[in-house]
Design a protein around this ligand. Structure first.
Ligand SMILES: Nc1nc2c(ncn2[C@@H]2O[C@H](COP(=O)(O)OP(=O)(O)O)[C@@H](O)[C@H]2O)c(=O)[nH]1
Ligand SMILES: [Mg+2]
Length: 199
């Protein structure tokens, strides 16, 4: 079960309370909202769209287990003017850097495309700022042949040896593994960074 809380355009609108948050990041249209729905077993909790660039706000959801899911605005949509994309970037960065609730960023990649330039720079940014993250390659159901699957795996591993989950919002593949990673990392984080820095 899950419930929509708020669409925030500014940090002052972020919800209060200490609930741990899992943030979903990735290019527009990569499948962030669909994955969020698949994780909570809902069809229409987070709005999905075949048109990229529709989620321009930070959407907060309350989900079972005392977590919040945070649907961050997608990047990499070419038709957005620079002033708007800079504003999005500012909003995302202020969320990831300043938000104490944030325990984990889930970085989504399209399994067919693997790492694109902006994904790599985002991953490097997360590493540099020590934001804990999990890489999820989604739309895995679209890889039909063995050759496509092999090609995708090789490309996903190019320059990245960390934790990686393959998933599909359509078949539900990977959903359990993502939940496992969420519960594991939240506990670990509590022991390490976040809880110690709470006032
Ligand atoms: N085949 C397939 N399509 C997907 C999957 N996840 C998302 N999609 C489709 O990709 C499009 C964009 O999805 P959406 O969740 O809105 O992407 P967002 O912009 O990252 O939130 C929609 O048409 C979805 O139905 C998946 O795992 N498999
Ligand atoms: Mg979306």
């Amino acid at each position: 079960m899950a419930r929509f809380i708020i669409s925030a355009a500014r940090p002052e609108q972020f919800p209060r309370g200490a609930e741990p948050e899992i943030a979903f990041l990735g290019r527009s249209n990569v499948g962030k909202s669909s994955l969020l729905n698949a994780l909570v077993g809902a069809d229409k909790l987070a709005a999905t769209s075949s048109k990229p660039g529709r989620t321009q706000l930070i959407n907060f959801y309350e989900v079972d287990g005392g977590y919040r899911f945070v649907d961050l605005p997608g990047y990499g949509f070419a038709k957005v003017p620079p002033e708007i994309s800079n504003r999005w970037k500012g909003l995302i960065e202020s969320y990831l850097l300043d938000r104490r609730n944030c325990r984990l960023a889930v970085l989504l990649l399209d399994a067919r495309r693997a790492w694109m330039e902006k994904d790599v720079s985002l991953r490097k940014w997360l590493e540099a700022h020590r934001v804990p993250f999990l890489v999820v390659a989604t739309k895995i159901d679209k890889l039909k042949s063995q050759q496509e699957k092999h090609h995708s795996r090789t490309a996903l591993r190019e320059g990245y040896a960390g934790e990686l989950v393959e998933c599909s919002a359509i078949t539900g593949r990977g959903v359990r593994e993502i939940w496992q990673a969420i519960s594991k990392i939240q506990k670990k984080q509590c022991l390490n960074r976040q809880c110690q820095t709470q006032p």
